[in-house]
Every structure is written in C-alpha cells, then in structure tokens.
Design a protein around this ligand. Structure first.
Ligand SMILES: Nc1nc2c(c(=O)[nH]1)N[C@H]1C(S)=C(S)[C@@H](COP(=O)(O)OP(=O)(O)OC[C@H]3O[C@@H](n4cnc5c(=O)[nH]c(N)nc54)[C@H](O)[C@@H]3O)O[C@H]1N2
Ligand SMILES: Nc1nc2c(c(=O)[nH]1)N[C@H]1C(S)=C(S)[C@@H](COP(=O)(O)OP(=O)(O)OC[C@H]3O[C@@H](n4cnc5c(=O)[nH]c(N)nc54)[C@H](O)[C@@H]3O)O[C@H]1N2
Ligand SMILES: [Mo]
Length: 764
C-alpha cells in the first residue's frame, strides 16, 4: 500500500523505513518535474527546530508584561496549564474588550490538507465565540484581487480559468510576458501542486515555433527557454510600456475596434488619455522609453507584432505587488482587448502563468472539501498588508474598495499557520506595532521568528503527523494524507488545540460538532463528492479512496480557453462587472474618486523607483521575489534551502557593473541598506539582472541584531504602504536601496539555534 502526502510544493510518496526511523519521501511517480523542496521535511536540520512543548514567555507568565517580547526566554509548561492560561486570556479579552479587540486574520500558507488548514480552524474557533477581526485579500494579489472584479472577473475565477498549455502550444505564436514565467514559482500551488507542468508547457510552446518575449529586470526568467528574447525594463514601469504598446496598436492600420465595441466599455475615455488629450502627454514609445529605459524602436516594433500574431500577453503577480499595483493588470487587460483576441484559442491575456502550477492546467475544475467556518459576528477588518498600521494607528481611518473604515484597537493577536515576520514589509516598523497588544498567541510547528516574537507558543503537528485530505483546484488529484509518523514531542493538531480551548470556553460542541478527525474527513469528503457528482464525475466511497490513497482525475482533462464563452455569447456569459463587459473605464472606480486610482489605467510614478530623487541616495531597485528553494520561509533550515546560501546568507543577485563599481566580488558578504533597515546578504554577480537592480529572494528567517538583520531578509528594507487607496495591497517590489561590501568580523546567524527554554521550576 502506498502512502501519500500533499504539500503546497507537491505530492510525495511516503515509504516506511523498515529499519525504524523517519520514513523516506520521494516524488510522486506521475509528476514529470518533481519539486525537491518538500523532500527534507523530516530531516534532522528541520526537526531540530520543532516546538516540543507549550511555552510561555517568562515576563508574560510572571507579570503579563509586554516589554520583553522577542527577547526573553520561554518557560516550558504542561499542555493543560498552557491551555488554561490561553483560554482565560481569550476569555478576558472577549469579556472586557469585545471580540473586535481580537485579531484572528492569521494570514499565511499553512497546511495543504483541507481539514487541518490552520486558518480555517482558527476562524471557525473564533466564530463560535462571537467572531474576530479578519484580514481580507492576500499578500500575493493585494491590488489584483480588489481591482479585477470591477473590470473583468475576480482573481479566483481568473486563476482557475487560464487557457491550458496544450491550447497555447497549438495556437499561440507570440507569448509576451511581463515578469517572465519563472519556473521556480510554478513549482507550488496553493493546497498542493500535483503534476508540475510549466516546464514542459513552455518547452512545447517554443518547439511549436512561438516567439517568446520576457520583459523584466531579470533575464533568466523563462526557465530553460534560452531562445526567448529579454527586454530589460526598469522595475515598476511596465504600465508605461503597456500604454505605449496600446498607443502603437491604436495607430496601426490593422487596428480594429470590433471587439472593443462589442465586449468592452469606456474605450474612448482611455483613448483620450492615450493620445494625451487629458494631460498633454501622448503615451508614445518615446514617452515610455524615457520612463522604462526600453528603446522606443523596440516598443514600436513589438506593438505592431501584437496585431500580426496570435498573441498571449501575460503578467507576473509581482508587478501588482508594487505602488499603484492595479495599473499593470488593468493596462494589460486593456491592451489585450485592443489587440482584440481575448477568448480566442491561445490568445488574450494571462495573469500569472509564472505564479503557480495551477495556471494552464487541463484538469477539471471541481469543488473540493473545505471546513465550514461559521459566521463572523465582528465587522471590523483590515486589508491583510495593513497589519502594522492597524497595530500602530488604532481608531484611524483607511479607505478600501470605495469605503472608509477604521482600524480596530487590538488587545489579543492569535496566529496559526503564517509568519508575519516573514511576510510583512518594513519589519522594524512591524515590531513597533507588535509590541502593543496585551498578548500574542502563536501555534507553530517550528521555532520560527514569529513563534519567538510570541507570548504563548502552542506546538502544532506537521501534515505528515496527522490524517487529512489533500485537494487543490485543477490539480487533478484527491490525496489521502494518512498519518506517516507520530507527532514529534508533544505537538498537537491545530484542530485538537482549538477543541481543547473551546472546551474551556464553553463552545466545544459548536466547534467540533462531536466529530473526531476521521468523522470530519468522511463528512468533508462526502459533501465534496456530492457536489462533484452534479458535474457527472463520481468519486469512490471514502473507504476505498482512503485505502487507495489517490484519486486521479486526469481522465476528465480537457483543453480550456479563457473567456471563450464570453467572446462567443456575451448575453449568455456576461462578465460579473457592472456592464457585463470588460471595463476599460470603470464608472464605479471613478466614483470612488481616488487620485491614486482613477477610472481607467494610468501611469503614476511609484513611491520610489529608479527615476525618483531618492535614487541619488539609494540607486538600486530591490526586487524581493519568491525563493527557489523554499516556500516563503518554510524549511529554510533544510539542506536544500541552505545549499542555496552564499556566505551563510541569502544570496543577492547584482549586476556585474554595479558590483564592480562598489568593489564587490562574487561570494562577498554585502550590506544592503536604506532609511528603513539594513541586512547582510551573499553576493552573486550576474549578467541576467539589469544595471540598477538587485534581487534578494524572500524567506531567510528574520535574524535581527542591533540595527542589522544578519541573514538576508529583504523585509527589513521594503516599504510598508498601501498600493493605493483602492486596494491597500502590499508593495514589496517598490523599494530602493544601496549596497556595499561588509567590512569587519561577520556576525553569526543565530536564528537556527534553538531558543532558550527554562524549566517550569525557575518561575514563581
Ligand atoms: N518582500 C516581500 N515580502 C513578501 C512577498 C514578496 O514578494 N516580497 N510575497 C508575499 C506573499 S505573495 C506571501 S503569500 C507571503 C507568505 O507569507 P506566509 O504564508 O506567512 O509565509 P510562510 O513562510 O509560508 O509561513 C507559514 C507558516 O505556517 C507554519 N505552518 C505550516 N503548516 C502549519 C500548520 O499546519 N499549523 C500551524 N500552526 N502552522 C503551520 C509554517 O511553519 C510557517 O512558519 O509573503 C509575502 N511577503
Ligand atoms: N519556489 C517558490 N514558488 C512560489 C513561492 C515560493 O515561496 N517559492 N510563492 C508562491 C506565492 S505565495 C506566490 S503569490 C507566487 C508569486 O508569483 P510572482 O509574484 O509572479 O513571483 P515573484 O517571484 O515575486 O516575481 C516574478 C518575477 O517578476 C519579476 N518582476 C518583479 N518586479 C517586476 C517589475 O516591476 N516588472 C517586471 N516586468 N518584472 C518584475 C521578477 O523578475 C520575478 O522573477 O509565487 C508562488 N510560487
Ligand atoms: Mo503569495
């Protein structure tokens, strides 16, 4: 009997170790391009960092102080005592301050298993208690999620309906991608990648003769696709290039308004802007060249080509993780609408072919199992990347998607399955906010930076230590994730932790519905199978699925063309926008009356960029992209992740010329800095990164010393500001820095040393 485990990184086969000891993990046999990230899940390097027992920070335990957060040692406690303390603290805040003083956003990429999904468990737990302050949208798609429903279709729909790679191979002759299709990113999918398909998708596209163009600051962004052309562009200026391409299309004799007239609204208002009637600046290739650094002639030639091919225009999500991040998505959709091929096979637009494995999937789209979360009685919320603002500015106003809201006053933060000291920008600022609440509870598997910044730490199991069901939209698999190893130390399932807390708070029956884990798995599976049966696909009985380990849905694969129905029959398949069409001008957004996000796509200068005054002091634009050898900060201590480090730190890619000008050699320890912070990194010199740009992936565990982060975490440098008054999305990619060689004795990275834990006996 085979056993399987699904993770966001991929699905793995689990073989028991006949000699005892940890089982062996290997990639799923049917995966053509397996992802090595997950193979080290049981390696000593990571298991050595597990949280073994519940722990409470000394000063909080002794005197409920807030001051020593992140600095004081922890004290070991037995489960019952830790749960009593946590429950009475939740009860105190609930009673004295109300549930809108409890922040349960708990953003993050926890388990791929659908039942033990930590956020879902946490949200359900607090809903049974009256609710919690939630967070909306994502760090991934802050601007995109808010914008897209106004102008075309929501992001969940878009992600699940990209034109499949087989159709691209058969029809597309020109694939233009802003931000490339970085294969490293396509190795994951939320809730579990199955068969990794982007590498072969790109390869087949190239072999079929398509011309592939990568527009971005980074040149090696198309995997092994060496035949592709690289157009280097200054970071955060893509909208200007898209506008100029639109200007060229508008003036091309082949330009045809047919699709614009039938399937879009507001083109003429945008046209006036393109022509400069509104602001005196026609958006010509010459205009864009001055902003983007891309030669005007290349923009003009590419613009004409768009109409002479079957063209797919794609954009990486990174482009919207920036100041005015709505604009590149809106401009791209507008440009594709002007080219007129949206809804035709292999043509139109894509938002994130390089962001995750799911994009371009041929597998059927089915409703998977999910844990019902109940109703949240608290209306207060934040856009997820406004967490530091919330903690620092209780009671102040913010705008979001046309409304005006206030930041709640938070007394208790409870996090399960996420790492804000990974994901948030300007971590030095987050720390100031993090010092404010009375109490911070974290459920974690490892002594991560966020666990170390908590007051109460409750140890959670790994997926491999519990029973669960793996399922991800359009990944073509149901995975029976049967427990492979016993829990390490005293770790408990997040569900069991919340069940124990709810027992103490009088909500146990509502929370558990008297089901144990297997009872829940059977129920969630059955509910999903019933919905799936309405599509004509019949799943086996639960016991058979559990025994077999895997359900492969690939027999139901079919080619997919995004927006094909909409193109064919607008009346029967309108888009969910106010007009039912693509909105090049959105009256609704215009009515929000936001200077930083008006009613149609526009070029607005980023808060900081290479064309900014500030570039005289900080002349490098820092890109902090997704790490090749990890998912975010997960498994950073593993051999696979550590093998990618340089001088023991996260590598920073620098252009050779920039490095030479600063006396930096390959392998040197460098210091990256700006007004917000300072970190160390190991230099890799490269020709695949344009001058003036530095690239430091996210995810090195935050290792903060006095005024210096020692490990290469870019989020001590990044800017913590909303993308616009519309979305308030994360702007991680809008960041200027300077770099210099680090002189002197390099400080040791200490974050992989287990934290100091005192026995119970030392505290009163
Ligand atoms: N500078 C910069 N910053 C960025 C980005 C960027 O591009 N640049 N990208 C952003 C993006 S797109 C994202 S999605 C975020 C990601 O941010 P996060 O999702 O917060 O990052 P992860 O490291 O995946 O954190 C997940 C945590 O959950 C824990 N965990 C996993 N499974 C379980 C479980 O079953 N139970 C419990 N209790 N814990 C569990 C893991 O140990 C880990 O610490 O980062 C954002 N931050
Ligand atoms: N291995 C691995 N894969 C992952 C993740 C991970 O942590 N590890 N995280 C996953 C998650 S949660 C998400 S949201 C997705 C994110 O997917 P993306 O946001 O698309 O990923 P990034 O790596 O941040 O950026 C993609 C590329 O965009 C380019 N880029 C950045 N800024 C600009 C710009 O201004 N202009 C242009 N033209 N290009 C630019 C960079 O060169 C970068 O290589 O990735 C997912 N995939
Ligand atoms: Mo993300």
């Amino acid at each position: 009997m085979s056993r399987y485990s699904a993770a966001h990184w991929g699905v793995y086969e689990v073989e028991a170790n006949p000699g005892g000891g940890a089982p062996h993990l290997s990639p799923l046999g049917m995966d053509p391009d397996p992802n090595p990230i997950g193979l080290d899940q049981l390696d000593d390097s990571v298991t050595g960092l597990r949280v073994a027992r519940p722990a409470i920070r000394k000063g909080w335990l002794v005197g409920r102080n807030r001051e020593g957060r992140g600095e004081e040692p922890f004290i070991d406690l037995p489960w019952d005592e830790a749960l009593d303390i946590a429950a009475s603290e939740i009860e105190r805040v609930h009673r004295n301050h109300g549930n809108d003083a409890i922040f349960g956003g708990s953003y993050g990429w926890s388990s791929a298993g659908r039942f033990h999904h930590a956020q879902s468990q946490l949200h359900r737990f607090y809903n049974m208690l009256g609710g919690y302050v939630r967070s909306v949208d994502s760090y991934s798609l802050g601007a995109g999620r808010v914008l897209m429903p106004h102008i075309a279709t929501c992001m969940d729909e878009s992600n699940a309906s990209h034109t499949s790679w087989d159709v691209l191979e058969a029809h597309c002759t020109l694939f233009v991608s802003f931000g490339g299709v970085p294969l490293k990113n396509t190795r994951v999918s939320s809730s579990g990648a199955g068969r990794h398909r982007a590498r072969s998708g790109l390869k087949r596209l190239r072999e079929a003769g398509a011309q592939i163009v990568n527009i971005g600051p980074v040149g090696d962004n198309l995997g092994d696709n060496d035949a592709s052309e690289w157009i280097a562009i200054r970071p955060n200026t893509d909208t200007a290039m898209m506008l100029a391409l639109a200007w060229v299309v508008l003036h091309d004799p082949l330009f045809d308004r047919g699709f614009l007239d039938s399937h879009t609204v507001g083109f003429d208002i945008f046209r006036a802007y393109l022509l400069g009637e509104a602001d005196g600046a026609p958006k010509t290739p010459g205009w864009a060249a001055a902003i983007t650094g891309v030669p005007a002639a290349r923009i003009a030639a590419l613009g004409h080509d768009l109409l002479r091919h079957r063209t797919m225009l794609n954009c990486a999500w990174a482009l919207q993780r920036a100041a005015h991040g709505e604009q590149p998505f809106w401009a791209l959709v507008t440009l594709a609408a002007m080219v007129g091929q949206i809804g035709l096979p292999g043509c139109g637009y894509g938002l994130g072919y390089g962001a995750m494995n799911v994009m371009g999937s041929p597998h059927p789209r089915l409703p998977g199992p999910f844990l019902p979360q109940g109703r949240n009685g608290v209306s207060a919320f934040i856009p997820c990347a406004r967490i530091a603002d919330m903690l620092l500015r209780a009671g102040e106003r913010f705008t979001y998607n046309g409304g005006v809201h206030r930041y709640p006053d938070i007394r208790l933060v409870h996090w399960a399955g996420g790492n804000p000291f990974h994901h948030h920008q300007d971590l030095n600022r987050l720390r100031q906010g993090w010092a404010r609440p009375d109490t911070i509870i974290v459920q974690e598997q490892y002594w991560t930076p966020v666990a170390r910044q908590a007051d109460i730490v409750l140890p959670a199991t790994l997926s491999l230590e519990r029973d669960d069901i793996g399922f991800a939209t359009r990944e073509g698999l149901f995975v029976a994730m049967r427990q492979a190893v016993p829990p390490q130390g005293e770790a408990r399932d997040d569900h069991a932790i919340f069940a124990a807390l709810s027992r103490r708070l009088g909500t146990e029956q509502a929370f558990t519905e008297r089901l144990d884990t297997m009872g829940w798995l059977r129920r969630l599976y059955r509910e999903s199978a019933e919905k799936i049966a309405t599509t004509g696909i019949n799943l086996p009985e639960f016991d058979q699925f559990w025994e077999n380990g895997l359900i492969d849905l690939s027999a139901h694969d079919a080619p997919y063309v995004m927006h094909a129905d909409f193109r064919r029959d607008l009346r029967a398949y309108p888009l969910p926008t106010p007009s039912g069409r693509i909105e090049i001008f959105s009256e609704r957004i215009a009515r929000f009356d936001l200077a930083d996000c008006p009613g149609h796509p526009v070029w607005r200068e980023p808060f900081e960029w290479l064309g900014h005054e500030k570039a005289k002091v900080y002349p490098l634009h820092l890109l902090s992209d997704q790490p090749e050898r990890r998912l975010h900060s997960q498994l950073d201590a593993s051999p696979y992740s550590r093998a990618g480090k340089v001088a023991g730190r996260e590598p920073v890619y620098l252009n050779r010329g920039d490095a030479a000008a600063r006396g930096i050699a390959d392998g040197d320890l460098v210091e990256l800095f700006n007004d917000r912070g300072r970190c160390l990194a190991g230099a890799i010199l490269s020709d695949a990164i344009m001058p003036g740009v530095a690239r430091l992936a996210t995810g090195a565990w935050f290792d903060s010393g006095p005024n210096l982060e020692r490990h290469g975490n870019p989020n001590v440098l990044t800017l913590d500001r909303g993308a616009s008054g519309l979305s308030q999305g994360c702007v991680a990619q809008t960041c200027l820095i300077e770099a210099r060689r680090f002189e002197g004795e390099p400080p040791r990275v200490t974050i992989f040393d287990p934290p100091q834990i005192l026995p119970r006996s030392v505290s009163p």
